[in-house]
Design a protein around this ligand. Structure first.
Ligand code: DAH
Length: 377
């Protein structure tokens, strides 16, 4: 920074300056000094230091020039000093402004460089979850039945033996209870009754008919529980969709036609259905529906030759149980068995999903291994 070297602590007379030329050369020196200093101002801090040194009110160079050179100047030099000072001030002002703009611009471009977004970089891919395959199958089946006039209802997973058994025409010592023995809840001795985890969705038939007058057309998706040991086809918890249609004129043909329609919608038009006599306490007659084997096309022969392992060569695969609602059940819900008739069915969702998607172990549904789940986006 200039001060003593440039003679700013002295008057022009003390410096021996007596002519206008000498004044001019003093000011040229000062301007050179300024240009040198200005060239070093590369950032905001050094720019401010430069400004204070040259334009500072108390002891900036221009103030010193005014106080020491201009004010005490000899009358014949005053004009020259004044003019030179004005020029110098103009130069300093302009250069300061130019410097400021340059520093600002380079700070901006430096920031832009470090903050630059590279649009060619691959994006951050956040995996989006999908619905579990069982949920997808629930939805598929619900859509099919809803499209033909059924509505979806749900019921409690904790039931009383009355709804799970008795009202479905399964009295206390009936042998089918052996297949369905289940988890009973621990309740205090003075509790009003027993509670259990429902073994099937059929109790919701009773809840629905208790609440509604016929006609009734519902499907009931939900979880059910049984005291089964886990293996490739058993789980203590699995899923069902119950179906119930009751009206004044429902026939066995309506029943088989509805089921056939559903199976074809779900597995494909080429699939055939058949039913075999079966037994359930709450339907009469009861049937077991089969579909032509979806793996071998009903031929019983595997694609690679030999017997189809899935249908064991029969060409048929058992799907689910169903039947015409047993008139005894109407007695429990105050429907008049002389005036109404209907059918019911209970579809195992896990089993149907396994058949449709070629899955051979029910446990994969519950292990939540993403390598499995991701196969069904
Ligand atoms: N509730 C039966 C079970 O879980 C399945 C069933 C069979 C339901 C026949 C029905 C039916 O509604 O008509 O084994």
């Amino acid at each position: 920074m200039p001060s003593r070297e440039n003679g700013l602590d002295k008057t022009l007379a003390e410096l021996g300056v007596t002519t206008a030329e000498q004044v001019g050369s003093r000011f040229r020196e000062l301007q050179q000094q300024f240009d040198l200093d200005a060239a070093k101002a590369h950032d905001e801090i050094s720019w401010k230091a430069l400004r204070d040194a040259w334009l500072g009110r108390k002891s900036g160079v221009l103030t010193l020039v005014t106080d020491h050179w201009l004010k005490p100047a000899a009358p014949e030099l005053k004009r020259a000093v004044g003019a030179s000072l004005n020029e110098l001030r103009k130069h300093v002002d302009m250069q300061m402004e130019a410097r400021r703009a340059a520093i600002e611009a380079s700070a901006e471009s430096a920031a832009a460089a470090t903050e630059r977004v590279d649009l060619s970089l691959p994006g951050v891919i956040r995996p989006i979850g999908t619905r579990h395959l069982l949920r997808q199958v629930f939805q598929e089946i619900e859509d099919i039945f809803v499209s033909i006039g059924f509505s979806v209802v749900e019921g409690p997973e904790i039931e009383t033996p009355y709804y799970n058994f008795e009202a479905l025409n399964i009295p206390e010592h009936h042998p089918v209870r052996d297949d369905m023995d289940t988890f009973y809840l621990d309740v205090p001795d003075d509790a009003p009754g027993k509670f259990l985890l429902r073994t099937h969705t059929s109790p919701v038939q009773i809840h629905t008919m208790e609440k509604r007058e016929p006609p009734v057309r519902v499907i009931v998706p939900g979880k059910v529980y049984r005291r089964d040991n886990p293996d490739a086809t058993h789980s203590f918890m699995f899923h069902q969709i119950e179906g119930l249609a009751v009206d004044s004129d429902i026939t066995f043909c309506d029943f088989t036609g509805t089921i056939d329609y559903f199976v074809k919608q779900f597995f494909g038009e080429g699939v055939k259905t058949r039913f075999r006599p079966s037994y359930f306490p709450f339907t009469e007659p009861s049937v077991e529906f089969d579909a032509s084997c979806v793996f071998c096309g009903g031929s019983g022969t595997a694609k690679m030759g030999g017997t189809c392992g899935k249908c064991k060569g029969s060409g048929w695969i058992e799907l689910f149980g169903a039947g015409m609602v047993d008139p005894a059940v109407y007695g429990f819900v105050n429907y008049d068995p002389q005036r109404v008739s209907g059918f019911a069915f209970g579809i195992g969702i896990d089993r149907l999903a396994m058949l449709k998607y070629g899955i051979d172990d029910i446990q994969v549904f519950f292990q939540n291994d993403v390598r499995f789940l991701r196969q069904f986006p």
